[in-house]
Write a protein that binds this ligand. Sequence first.
Ligand SMILES: [Zn+2]
Length: 346
Amino acid sequence: MTFDDFDVLDWTTQKVGAPASWPEPGDSGELDDGTRVEFWDYGVFALTPAQPGSKDVILSCAIHGNETAPIEMVRDMLHDIFSGKLQLRQRTLFLIGNPQAIMIGKRFVDYNMNRLFSGAHKSGDTPEHKRAADIESYVTKFYNEAPADGKRQRLHYDLHTAIRDSAYEKFAVYPFTHGGPYKKEQLTFLAECGVTTILLNQAPTTTFSYYSVRSHGADAFTVELGKVRPFGENDMSRFADADRMFRKLISQDQLDLPAFDATRHTIFDVYRTINRTQQGFRLNFPGDVANFTEFEQGYLLAVDESVEYHVEQPGERIIFPNADVAIGQRALLTVVELPLDQLELV
Ligand SMILES: [Zn+2]
């Protein structure tokens, strides 16, 4: 096939009027440098260079359909690979998570897809349930098809932008390690991406990144790169460090990372999860409060019908507040800072 006029996003969203010459899911092609391009599904591109390095990298975006900046980043990377501007060195699966939500410009169609992994998709039959199941099968296929040539590194960065402002603009969620150590190399890579704030998730979840950690032994992260804006309105200079590092990751044999420097990183641990269990749930702060905002001890954060939630710890901060979640789902997390020297690092 010819890649000259191919538009990743138009194909992924099955734009009406797209050229008939464009691939169908299941098709494959080859670039001039021998890189094999497989179109597994709309938004799912498996790329294998002629001489693959030792990393198997997944870059995913649009698990939430309105998080445009990472979609633009992934789209541009693919276009640069297709045009020969960016030479791929590592096997890479590019995954644009929720095309149907992109089409309607919404976070999701029926259900928050980032609560549907590690089998949680079996509990329903919305478009998101089906897509999450498909995505799990693509991740499994990608890691299973890696060459059997000694030690390989599985990596997965699931790229997001937040709905709201954040006192720390960029941050990554480090999924539950089940007691395993945290990796200095990964913390340093994230810091080079401009992500120096890390939120530890100390329990199993149904997020995409935890699925890759738990089911595939990958180093995987949910990476929040800033605030949601409409397509074309993102200031891509704010994402330049992340874009540069992801391009290096997939195009170079080895990353020349600087030495680990503990002073670069700010670590937060989840202190509490507050779920909405009643119809009459409300948050007691303005809807546009930034993530990681700190409230004084005793401040009333939320009321779940008759149950009141007050700030308990000095330095306790709120994150991901959303009073409109379905009953039974998480409406708010609170976090506290954790000294880095309390983590087991390798
Ligand atoms: Zn998101």
